[in-house]
Structure formats: C-alpha cells, structure tokens
Ligand binder design. Structure first.
Ligand code: HEM
Length: 381
C-alpha cells in the first residue's frame, strides 16, 4: 500500500511524473485514488488487458472540451464503434498516409526554410505542420484553414491581435459547430474526394446522422492536432536532452522511424485514457466493481521494466516491445500512422539540415493527467 498521499497534480508530478508512475507501479499497481475517483493502472499488462477487454467501456465518458464528444467513435462501444470508425478510416490507412509523404516533406522543408538563428520549434514547425496536413486530408479551403490557424494561435503570444484581425476579415476565430457547418456547406456546394466529402457521402447513405457528421469532423481535428504537436515537440526535446541519441540520428537519419517510436514510448503526449467497468472484474488481485472508473496510464505502462528493459533510458535503436502511446484494442489511435509519418519527416529533416540544433532556453511544458506536451521549444539552429 502507498506511503504518503500521492500528489498527482503537484509541482513534483508536473516537472517529472515518471518517478511517481514507478512508485505507483511498484507499491500499488491497481491503485484507488479517492482524489480522482478512478482506479490508476500502471502495469503494462494490466493496461493492455483493460483496453482489450469488452467488459470495460469507453462510452458515457463526460464530453470533454478538447477530446471526445458524445457521438463519436472515441466514446462508443462495439458495435456502434465500428460504424463510426469505418466511415472515417480511409485517409488514415497505410497507403493513404504513404501517398501524403511528399506533401509532408514539402511542408516541413518550407517551414524550416522560414526559420533561422533562434526559433521556437513549436510555433515554427510542430504547430503549423499537422494543420497543413489535416487541412489537405479534409480538403479545407485556404479561408477555412486560416480560420483554424486563428484558433491554434489562441494560446500563443499576440493571439489576441491575430484573432481580432481574423474577425475583422469576417473569419470565425474559433472552430465551433457553426464553423464546421460552413465547411460542410462549402463541400456540399463543390464535392471532391476529400475526407469531408466521404463523410457527407456516408451521411447520404444513412451511415451517420447530421450530428455525428459534425462531431466526427470536430473529433478528427482535435484528436490529431494537440497530440501531433506534442509528438513532434516532446520528441525533439527528448533527443536534444540526450545528445548521444541526437548525434546518432544525425549520422543515421534513416533511424527516424525507430526514433519516433522510442520517443513515443519515452514521453508520449497522451498519458492516460479512461474506461468504466461494465461488470465486476478482478485485476492484479483487486476487485473492480461494476460502474467503477479506471485511468489506464499509458505513459506509466511505457516505462514498465517488465515490458521494456531499462525503461528510463532513451535508446533510438531499441527494438523490443510495442509502446502504448496510441492505446490498444478497438480504440487504438486511428491517426497513428499519419502522426508517425509527420514525426519521422520532421525529425529526419531537422537532423539532416540542422545537426548543430540545440536548446536555446527553458522549454515550457503543459500537463494535466491526460495530456502532457511541450508548448514552447526555444532552439538555436
Ligand atoms: C502523436 C499523436 C497522437 C497520439 C499520441 C494519439 C493518441 C491516441 C490514443 C491514446 C487514442 C486511444 C483513445 C482511447 O482508447 O480511448 C487515440 C484514439 C484516436 N485518435 Fe489519436 N493520437 C494521435 C494522433 C492522431 C491523429 C493525427 C488523428 C487524426 C487526424 C487521431 C485520431 C484519433 C481517433 C479518431 C481516435 C479514436 C479511435 C477510436 O475510438 O476508434 N489521432 N489516439
């Protein structure tokens, strides 16, 4: 049982949650937190068990502002889940993602062309890249994309000014439902073969209703944006803090694929996913009752020594084990291949063009129990 009470949102945790994850895993791997009203799971095998077991539901989670909405795949259980996922899946499969690589490379090259001396890699690369890519997949017009850029800038310096200027041009400053409805109207007027049109077609065939249509667009946007920014920024930070690994990548940029996987294991942007028990289930000797809520700590499972020897070591040549940064089971991330491709191109290009890349100030990290990511990364190129 645990010693002094855990401060899961204290300064210590904010700075570095991994020692706390280790302590939980060693002392009480299926831990009831009265503070959070959830069981906390930190062992790799328990997290995998829960995420792959239908007795644990992803449904009826309270809708969260930046993540799930009530009628999307992320909050649905089988068989509903399969219907909502299938209609959106095509642009995220292997062939579709591979066909986007030239676009991703072009976008990374032109973003890096614009940087020099000192720069913030979040503003300069990690933030604009996923927007360009999802904009292409969704077939967003320049005008619609500009409006999303306004939203993305909402938390950055000068955001107020930029938002005011967008609104002065008659562009919506936040992508609320009316924004997505206007995107739908644009695509209905001029059909193409992009994701928005595929979803409109699915709606036409009765595969999803109007509300699900809007919610799926919102989901694909929010689920892919902050997370991919985090993938790129957390990975670059991890590599720069391990100069031997950065030097190795610079010598062998073809390691980018493994390096992204290792960085996703080492410091993933999504730290936890929640589930609710539909039946009484025994996990590691603890009785989870029907209705109980659980947090599967993916980032803790990724540091479980039973799954990954020397888990606190960043090793971009590591081959063993499958990390859980994208979850597992039916809800495993739909955008995983896309996010990985963006990360690979970004870090391989950085390593080729800027081998002397180094930190030029303190990075800023924002964190809650669910998402942990670098939000400002000052570097010298
Ligand atoms: C590094 C970037 C990303 C990370 C770390 C990440 C992580 C995750 C995780 C952990 C889940 C599982 C949720 C659960 O089990 O409750 C998930 C699901 C999902 N992700 Fe991602 N994601 C990333 C990028 C993306 C991108 C780029 C997209 C799409 C544009 C996307 C779309 C989705 C969707 C739609 C789901 C729900 C799948 C389902 O419920 O069937 N993600 N993601």
């Amino acid at each position: 049982m645990m010693g002094p009470p855990l401060q899961l949102d204290g300064q210590e945790w904010l700075r570095d949650p991994y020692p706390i994850y280790h302590r939980l895993r060693q002392e009480d791997p299926v831990h009831w937190s009265p503070q959070l009203g959830h069981w906390l799971l930190t062992r790799y095998r328990d997290v995998v068990l829960v995420l792959r077991d239908r007795r644990f539901s992803a449904a009826n989670r309270p809708p969260q502002r930046r993540w799930g909405r009530p009628t999307t795949m992320v909050n649905a259980d089988p068989p509903e889940h399969a219907r909502l996922r299938r209609v959106a899946a095509a642009p995220f499969n292997h062939a579709a993602v591979e066909s986007l690589r030239p676009l991703i490379q072009e976008a990374v090259d032109s973003l890096l062309d614009g940087l020099g001396g000192e720069a913030d890699l979040v503003e300069g690369l990690a933030r604009p890249l996923p927007l360009l890519v999802i904009g292409r997949i969704m077939g967003l017009s320049e005008r619609s994309r500009a409006a999303l850029m306004g939203e993305l800038m909402a938390f950055s310096p000068g955001a107020g000014r930029r938002r005011a200027s967008l609104m002065a041009q008659g562009l919506p400053a936040t992508p609320d439902d009316s924004y997505w409805r206007s995107v739908l109207a644009e695509h209905r007027a001029a059909p193409g073969d992009d994701l928005v049109c595929q979803l409109i077609a699915a709606h036409g065939q009765g595969l999803l209703d109007e509300e699900e249509l809007v919610d799926t667009l919102v989901l694909l946007y929010v689920a892919g944006m902050e997370t991919t920014i985090g993938l790129i920024a957390n990975s670059v930070l991890a590599l720069l803090r391990h100069p031997d690994q950065w030097a190795l990548l610079c010598r062998q940029p073809q390691l980018a694929r493994q390096a992204v996987q290792e960085c996703l294991r080492y410091d993933p942007p999504v730290h936890a996913v929640s589930r609710r028990a539909l039946a009484e289930v025994e996990v590691w000797g603890r009785t989870i009752r029907r209705g109980d809520k659980l947090l599967c700590l993916l980032a803790a499972a990724n540091r479980d020594p039973e799954a990954f020897p020397e888990p606190d070591r960043l090793d971009i040549t590591r081959a063993e084990g499958d990390h859980l940064a994208f979850g597992t089971g039916v809800h495993s991330c739909l955008g995983a291949l896309l996010a990985r491709a963006e990360g690979e191109v970004a870090i391989a290009t950085l390593a080729r063009r800027f081998p002397d890349l180094r930190l030029a100030g303190e990075p800023r990290i924002e964190s809650n129990l669910i998402v942990r990511r670098v939000t400002s990364l000052p570097v010298s190129l």
